[in-house]
Design a protein around this ligand. Sequence first.
Ligand SMILES: [Zn+2]
Length: 367
Amino acid sequence: MSIRTGLFAASFVALGVVALAPTTSVAQADPSFPFDVTLTRALGFRTSPSLEGGFVFSGRNYLQPPAKLKLLRATGPLWRPGTFCEAEHAGKTGYIRCDDKSAMAVGAASTTPTAPTSTPAQTNPAGAPQYKSKNSFGVSCGNTMEACTEFCKQACDILPSGGAHCPRVPGGEGLLPESSPLLKDLPRDLKYVKTDRGDKGTSETIEGLRRLDAWLASSPDRAKYNYTVHVSNCWRDGIVDSQKECYFIMKGKDPRDLKLAMPGATPHSSGKACDVHLIDAGGKNAVPSSACTADAQTGSSIDFKTASRLLDEAMTNDKVNAQRLNYEAWHYEWGGAVRDDDCRCKAPECQQKFWPPSCTPRGCKAH
Ligand SMILES: [Zn+2]
């Protein structure tokens, strides 16, 4: 199974998703703040008014239409290049681009605060297809393009532009909604393990991170290299991911050729996986999500192979007890059997049998 990376998700939105949704032009005078809007295009929800800004929800960088926001104020004239708006969404405050009126439909001015909401797509819409298969993490449309095309045809509408919009991807087992009681905020009080604000996981994941921190505290190798661990991208909204995958399936492209999975549950959508990176003493990421070759240049003082070994040893030992996806050096999970045919590995086999990580499911087989 291919595991989607945050890096890829970000570039995907930049390259394609924005073209999918119909644009709406709103013929009215500029509204006065605060006012409500409904997105008609995916927009980044950031912690600062800049395209360089980090994201408010680490598992969901881009808010997808039809997300509703309350815009509080703007950094400049509305709908002009470079203008950002401070906005409230799902109980959080952040910034979205306010430089293109066609990216959102403006609603009536409102003075009542928005209530925290779950992703609208989490309720199963009328006419939604059913998942007919299962994978290790929950529901699945199946393993073949044929089965998943059938699924996506019911979940998606073809747009006049030839693209697809997939509002009827249903929820199901292993597709935890953000509001699921099984998901908790990751701990922020660990010494050697840094987590992102807003990132969530199951209690199994959270306990694993606490065991990791304790293991690192007494690790001679951790002390020798003076490294820390950055955990990112644990739970992700599997319906949003599946919507993107259906978009490609409707174009006849197999998502697995694009480092994506088939629509359905994944380790991330079930809250059991995290993308984990080794950060050297200089703050450089020595196991980035872009490292897919033996000679990957990371800019870190610790070479990629050594850093990947250190991370495997920290994550998959008998105390911490995570397992790695054998073709991605950064993707670890708690739970499940370690079987070669499931593309999972532990130290030292990850390096002995699966080096270098190829970053595609075709690298699942031992080298
Ligand atoms: Zn991952």
